[in-house]
Design a protein around this ligand. Sequence first.
Ligand code: SF4
Length: 209
Amino acid sequence: MDIKVQKTIQALKANNMEVFYAEKKEDIVGIVKELLNKGDTISCGGSVTLQDCGVDKLMRNGDYNFLDRTKTDNVAALYRECFSADAYITSANAVTQNGALINVDGNANRVGCIAFGPKKVICIVGANKIVKDVKEGFNRVKTVAAPKNAVRLGLDTPCSKLGHCICVDGDITDGCNSQFRICSQYVVSAYQRDKNRIKVIITPESLGY
Ligand code: SF4
């Protein structure tokens, strides 16, 4: 196993997160299935990673009560319902080698559920998300994750045109005043008091952005 991946796994475990290693991205669906029970109420944050590894399809296969924001007229109510879900499935914007998950949202429905609420959080990450430390993690958000997601979602932000934030070298909270700003809420998940609530599935392959 790659030393960087190995180091990150040990650090996540030391921070009270349960870690599963998927040698190939095709192994991830099987691991997620083992972590869920049929009939579980589940939901997810929007994520290219979940599409890349097939978990997106698994969530919608009828075995689970999937809270789907694309199938409701009341997204705000659905987002609140997610707080009492059995499981919330997401990726991370970055994972530090000392065992912290870094996530940044526009309106906090995803980072809110990672921090508190759902009984378990299943976080799927490719090795491309591993960074040295929090500073590098936020830099990754401003130069990779936010611009690419802004393009994917068709958001009219400066980064969707430039390919990076207008404030790359500033404070992490610096940025644009766009009404579509994608990086407004910053959450770093370090040592967890609720042991193993967060379950990280990590693969040496590249997933999402
Ligand atoms: S602050 Fe604005 S320009 Fe910068 S990454 Fe966030 S959405 Fe993009």
